[in-house]
Design a protein. Structure first.
Length: 732
């Protein structure tokens, strides 16, 4: 019989900040016996890649035997930083359920680890197909590529490259020889006051079918090989998640680039590490749940490579901004703070608002081209002007799978990445079973699939929506125009063709959109982390409008009663000017929260530790711009300094009486009541109105149909779902 190996804890060596992420599993031993097990790299039931970083706490002086699936792995554990703790990287996990048993003289405990392939999936559901591999076109720092994929899941061998910052031109250059530093290598001092050679280790590989990268200060000539037990001297023990750009064309591709540069001098020079995956770039994958899964796996891998960070902050602009929000909300504990710009609540909100606006462009140009003046049309749209309205409306193209559709100027149906072969693409006549380029089909595992067509179910619904209601009540349009508009505006079918009737969103798809966080709710991880939005001003064109920022804030208010963890800075210079400052304030805020060891709820800690500089305001148009500190409100009226400088305009569903949050996908209906209008209808008009809305009109005072909170821990397979018993994602 093989002798049992035992480890005795007699002291603590080294320094490692440990933030447990999961609750320990129990084998029935009574509490208080002093022996616990927890995973530090991620959830014990959602491990990937065959290994997990585990912490054991025990009574001082106890002797332990640690076994994985019956095999002794005690030698993998080392004294941890916490009192009476051991830390170990447990390797060799088999796919599926594994059992880690820790036995001492006075207690025995068991932790079950469920391991999934590094290829995924874990929670996102079956891999979407087709899927175009792009490892051969993904360029590494030395200008080579990852080479051809080695399997059908687009896998590639992991590569480690080193770059350094040159004193000659301030640029990053490949390190020719990892055993020798060149004479022009720069120095940098991190936030902890440690000065090191400015050499960056970049790891590139494949994970969850995407291409991941992480970057960290690491000098291969002096630092030991990375491990959770020996961090690089230059790393400040803090991590940043970065995300790519927006969604058009973001389907069925692995991605040939991350969408944002992992070589960020702003972060690396201060000692921060970064991580990303091509599937965290909506331009490659417009599926925020897959982005969250990829970020979960990427952070897990980072921790197993370098150790547990003190905090993790997420950042991005436009698509990277809403990805930051959605990942943080649906995967609580993954992200500790967000600073972002040019945001939207989610990609779906862009599409839904575009669909409303697109119905209006069609009505005013085709159905009733002579019935409204341009000013009346713009009033019904809610936007600042016609160009702003059309630019927003044309984003309905994200839901249109039919190629070559002729519509208003600027509209492009069936937007594809050129790398996807033509023969794989949907066409209603020549290839009716082809891949469909829509935000719904990109997240088909969440929305669900129509068994009759194979198409993803759709969540857009405009039943009961009274387009132009505000314009009617303000006397901008007449009762006759209002009735004509709502009788003729119509909806869409599953191919985004215009139809005379209103669109009916699938109720099950709507519920799952909320549960998954694909439709941002704000009641998950966003409840208790700091958020700084320093988005720039834009109202005239291109659809990055201010109301989207206020929609995020309003969703937080609806979910949590207030948005005290949300700071908003606006202005023409509110992207370039305050970026460094926003980052500094965010790190100050998150650090204060992490150092608050009181027993109050985390949300209260976030609010209590909000820095004085994390206050609302805007930047004026001066050079250099000056900051005006005042509460930020959504208004096109000159009712404050910031709103005078930077007025905010509306959108079609808000003009129809909907909430600023744009969070209701399908409204509850109520009977028509003449008292709800600021104008009077004739008896004939009232009868016509009831005929237009036979089932009633939207009751915006109520939550939407199937509007449920984000279901933290939800899974679309193969991992088990952590939803509460009784939750239902069915219903049509």
């Amino acid at each position: 019989m093989r002798a049992r190996s035992r480890r005795s804890l007699s002291g603590v060596v080294g320094f490692l900040l440990i933030v447990p992420v999961t609750a320990l599993a129990d084998d029935g031993q009574e509490e208080g016996n002093g022996l616990t097990i927890s995973t530090l790299s991620g959830a014990a039931d959602r491990v990937s890649g065959g290994d997990a970083l585990v912490e054991i706490t025990l009574q001082r002086g106890d002797h332990l035997t640690i076994r994985l699936n019956g095999h002794d792995v005690s030698s993998a554990f080392h004294p941890g930083s916490a009192p009476n703790s051991l830390l170990g990287l447990v390797t060799g996990l088999v796919l599926g359920r594994n059992t880690l048993t820790v036995e001492g003289r006075r207690a025995r405990r068991t932790l079950h680890l469920t391991n999934y392939p590094i290829k995924g999936p874990i929670v996102s559901g079956p891999h979407i197909h087709p899927f175009i591999c792009q490892t051969e076109s993904f360029h590494l720092p030395d200008q080579t590529t990852l080479g051809p994929p080695i399997d059908s899941d687009c896998s590639a061998e992991t590569r480690v490259n080193y770059v350094y910052k040159s004193t000659e031109d301030g640029m990053f250059r490949p390190l020719p020889d990892p055993t020798v530093l060149p004479p022009d290598v720069a120095r940098t001092t991190n936030t902890e006051g440690v000065t090191v050679w400015y050499v960056v280790r970049v790891e590139t590989g494949t994970m969850n079918r995407g291409i991941y990268q992480n970057a960290i200060l690491h000098d291969p000539t002096s630092d030991p090989p990375p491990s959770p037990f020996s961090q690089p001297a230059g790393w400040n023990r803090k991590l940043i998640a970065i995300h790519g750009a927006g969604c058009p064309g973001g389907w069925y591709t692995q991605g040939s680039q991350e969408g944002v540069n992992v070589f960020s001098d702003l972060y690396l020079s201060q000692g921060y590490a970064l991580f990303i995956n091509t599937l965290q770039n909506p331009s490659n994958s417009c599926n925020p749940f897959v982005a969250g899964e990829s970020a979960m796996m990427g952070k897990e891998h980072f921790i197993k490579t370098f150790g547990v960070p003190f905090f993790t902050i997420s950042t991005g602009g436009s698509g990277g901004a809403y990805t930051s929000l959605q990942v943080a909300d649906a995967f609580p504990g993954l992200i500790d703070g967000i600073f972002l710009n040019a945001t939207f609540p989610d990609a779906g909100e862009i599409a839904y608002s575009g669909l409303d606006g697109h119905l209006l462009t069609h009505y005013f140009t085709v159905t009733n081209p002579d019935g409204f003046t341009i000013d009346q049309q713009v009033a019904v749209s809610g936007y600042q002007g016609r160009q702003a309205w059309y630019d927003a409306a044309n984003q309905a193209q994200r839901t249109d799978p039919v190629p070559g559709r002729i519509d208003v100027e600027g509209y492009n149906s069936a937007v594809w990445n050129a790398v996807v072969p033509m023969e794989l693409r949907y066409h209603p006549v020549t290839n009716p079973r082809g891949a469909r380029p829509t935000v719904f089909d990109a997240s088909r595992n969440i929305y669900g699939v129509d068994p009759n067509t194979g198409f993803a179910l759709r969540a857009f619904d405009n039943a009961g929506v009274q387009y132009g209601l505000k314009a009617l009540n303000e006397g901008v349009i007449s009762t006759a125009q209002f009735l004509d508009l709502n009788q003729g505006v119509g909806g869409y079918d599953d191919d985004a063709n215009y139809i005379a009737s209103r669109a009916l969103g699938n109720r099950g798809a709507i519920r799952r959109a909320y549960q998954s966080g694909v439709n941002l709710g704000g009641s998950g991880g966003l409840t208790a982390i700091p958020i700084i939005d320093f988005g720039s001003y834009n109202e005239a064109a291109a659809y990055h409008y201010q109301w989207h920022h206020f929609a995020v804030r309003q969703r937080l208010i609806e979910a949590n009663g207030s948005a005290e963890n949300h700071t908003l800075w606006r202005g023409n210079n509110a992207t370039s000017v305050p970026l460094n400052h926003a980052f500094a304030v965010m790190t100050q805020w998150v650090t204060a929260v992490k150092n608050d060891h009181s027993h109050i709820p985390l949300r209260q800690k976030v609010i209590r530790n909000r820095p004085a500089e994390a206050t609302d305001g805007c930047y004026d148009a001066n050079v250099p711009p000056q900051f005006i500190a005042e509460p930020q409100t959504w208004s096109s009226e000159p009712d404050s300094q910031c709103n005078t400088l930077w007025p905010s305009y509306s959108f079609p569903r808000k003009v129809a009486g909907g909430p600023l949050s744009a969070s209701i996908l399908k409204c509850q209906l109520k009977p028509i009541d003449p008292r709800d209008y600021a104008v009077s209808f004739t008896p004939e008009e009232l009868e016509r109105l009831r005929g237009i809305f036979p089932n009633g009109v939207c009751d915006w005072s109520r939550r939407g149909v199937n509007q449920v909170p984000v279901a933290v821990g939800i899974s679309f397979g193969p991992a088990p779902s952590h939803r509460h018993e009784g939750e239902d994602d069915s219903g049509e």
